[in-house]
Design a protein around this ligand. Structure first.
Ligand SMILES: C[S@@+](CC[C@H](N)C(=O)[O-])C[C@H]1O[C@@H](n2cnc3c(N)ncnc32)[C@H](O)[C@@H]1O
Length: 197
């Protein structure tokens, strides 16, 4: 990773303290970067941009893969604007498109921003990352699951930190879902990975 980008990520971590923007932090950021490098998604939907930190990590991996598009959704006006600036500073505006609004309502609008691959009329997601209001995670899943390609990966943050606060029902349900292969990773606030079979 370029030194310039590492310095920008440190700046965003500082901005996070001033703005209370709830970014994933460096450990989870790096794990998301690895997952994108390994999984090599073409189309990735993020719910919960905040100030753009996780999107920048993931788009950096796409840059190194030399392909991939992210569409990311944020409802908060100030954080949406700060993300726009941070993404531009990272030089990643060509990889990340932003949608302002509340998910799941704006998911259709977000999907319309993906360019279909050559020869395909519709788009399917290879990866999704949920990091917004925890109580709404089930509604994100219900809206996004049908849009995922077979073999696509849904990543959910905060399954450790919010397990007994607001995510227990969702986590229990997803582990029992026969359409998925699920694993949890003990990094940061806890990541859950659900592979669509
Ligand atoms: C935990 S932060 C996201 C952090 C970001 N993923 C990162 O690591 O840089 C959650 C963000 O989701 C936004 N949010 C919460 N519920 C939302 C929803 N239903 N639709 C869109 N944005 C939402 C909040 O305004 C907040 O900025």
């Amino acid at each position: 990773m370029q030194k310039k980008l590492t310095a920008l990520l440190r700046k965003i971590e500082k901005q996070n303290e001033e703005e209370l923007a709830w970014i994933v932090g460096p450990k989870t950021g790096r794990m998301l970067y690895y997952l994108v490098r390994i999984w090599r998604p073409k189309l990735l939907l993020e719910i919960g941009t905040s100030i753009g930190y996780s999107a920048i990590w993931m788009a950096t991996a796409m840059e190194e893969n030399d392909f991939g598009q992210i569409v990311t959704i944020e409802s908060h006006t100030r954080r949406f604007g700060l993300a726009e600036k941070n993404i531009a500073k990272a030089g990643l505006s060509h990889r990340i498109r932003q949608v302002k609004g509340h998910a799941p309502e704006v998911i259709e609008e977000a999907m319309a921003l993906f360019k279909p691959e050559k020869g395909k009329s519709s788009v399917g997601l290879d990866m999704a990352f949920f990091d917004a209001t925890k109580q709404e995670t089930q509604s994100f899943f219900d809206a996004v699951f049908p849009l995922m390609n077979k073999g696509g990966l849904i990543i959910v943050d905060n399954v450790k930190s919010h397990r007994f606060k607001s995510m227990l029902e969702f986590i229990d349900g997803i582990h029992k879902d026969p359409r998925l292969e699920v694993v949890e990773i003990d990094v940061g606030a806890g990541l859950l990975l659900a592979l669509k079979k």
